[in-house]
Design a protein around this ligand. Structure first.
Ligand code: FAD
Length: 174
C-alpha cells in the first residue's frame, strides 16, 4: 500500500562558497550528482534550491526511505541547522519526473519573497503559505541545470520495487 510522504527541510551550508564559480557552486553540484545517483534506486524525487547560503529541499517518496535519507542528510557535515518545515502524507508525487530537480538562484524567487515581504532567502522564517508557494514555483520553473529524469507514476508506489524487496530482505547497506 502507498505510504507516500513529502518532507521539506532547510539548512545552512557549512562550506565556503567558491568565489569564482561561473555556474553551480561545486559542492552543491557534488551533492546534486550524489542525489541523482542514489535517489532513483530508492524511488525518491524532489527539488533542491540553494540561495544566500541556505538549502531548501523537498523530498518525496515512501515514508521509510525518505526517513532513512533525511537521517543520513542530517549527519552530513556540509551543512548544519537542519530544520524540518513540513512532513505530510501525500496521495501523489508533485516531483514525479525528477530524482532531484535543481533550481539555481532565480529572479522569480526574489519576486515571490518580495510578495511575502522578505528581502533575503531566509527559509527559517518562512510561513506555511510561502513554503507552499515556493514548492509550486519550483515545480513549474524550468531550469537549464535540470531535465526530467524520472517517470514515477503513482501506480508503482503501490507495489514494492525489486530494490525495496531486496532491501527489506538484505538491508539497504550504508
Ligand atoms: P558515498 O559513497 O558515501 O560518497 C560519495 C562521495 O560523496 C564521496 O566520495 C565523497 O567525496 C562525497 N561525500 C559523501 N558524503 C560526504 C560528506 N558528508 N561530506 C563531504 N563529501 C561527502 N544524498 C542523497 O542520496 N539524496 C539526496 O537527495 C541528498 N540531498 C542532500 C542535500 C543536502 C543539502 C546535503 C548536504 C546532502 C544531501 N545528500 C543527498 C547527501 C547525503 O547527505 C549523503 O552524503 C549521501 O547520501 C551519501 O551517499 P553515498 O552513500 O552514495 O555516498
Amino acid at each position: 500500500m502507498s505510504n507516500l510522504i513529502r518532507l521539506i527541510y532547510v539548512s545552512r551550508a557549512n562550506f565556503k562558497l567558491a568565489q569564482d564559480a561561473t555556474g553551480i557552486e561545486p559542492t552543491v553540484a557534488r551533492i546534486l550528482m550524489q542525489s541523482r545517483k542514489n535517489n532513483p534506486k530508492q524511488r525518491i524525487g524532489g527539488v533542491l534550491y540553494f540561495g544566500d547560503g541556505c538549502f531548501f529541499q523537498c523530498l518525496e517518496g515512501q515514508a521509510d526511505v525518505v526517513n532513512a535519507l533525511i537521517a543520513k542528510i542530517m549527519r552530513d557535515e556540509r551543512h548544519s541547522n537542519v530544520q524540518i518545515l513540513k512532513l505530510i502524507p501525500i496521495s501523489e508525487r508533485a516531483f514525479n519526473n525528477w530524482s532531484m530537480k535543481y533550481i539555481p538562484l532565480e529572479s522569480d524567487v526574489s519576486a515571490l519573497l518580495k510578495k511575502h515581504k522578505m528581502d533575503s532567502f531566509n527559509p527559517y522564517l518562512f510561513k506555511d503559505e510561502l513554503i507552499d508557494d515556493l514548492v509550486d514555483l519550483f515545480l513549474h520553473l524550468s531550469s537549464p541545470e535540470s531535465k526530467p529524469d524520472q517517470n514515477y507514476i503513482d501506480r508503482i508506489d503501490k507495489k514494492p520495487s525489486l530494490w525495496q524487496k531486496f532491501t527489506s530482505l538484505f538491508g539497504a547497506g550504508r
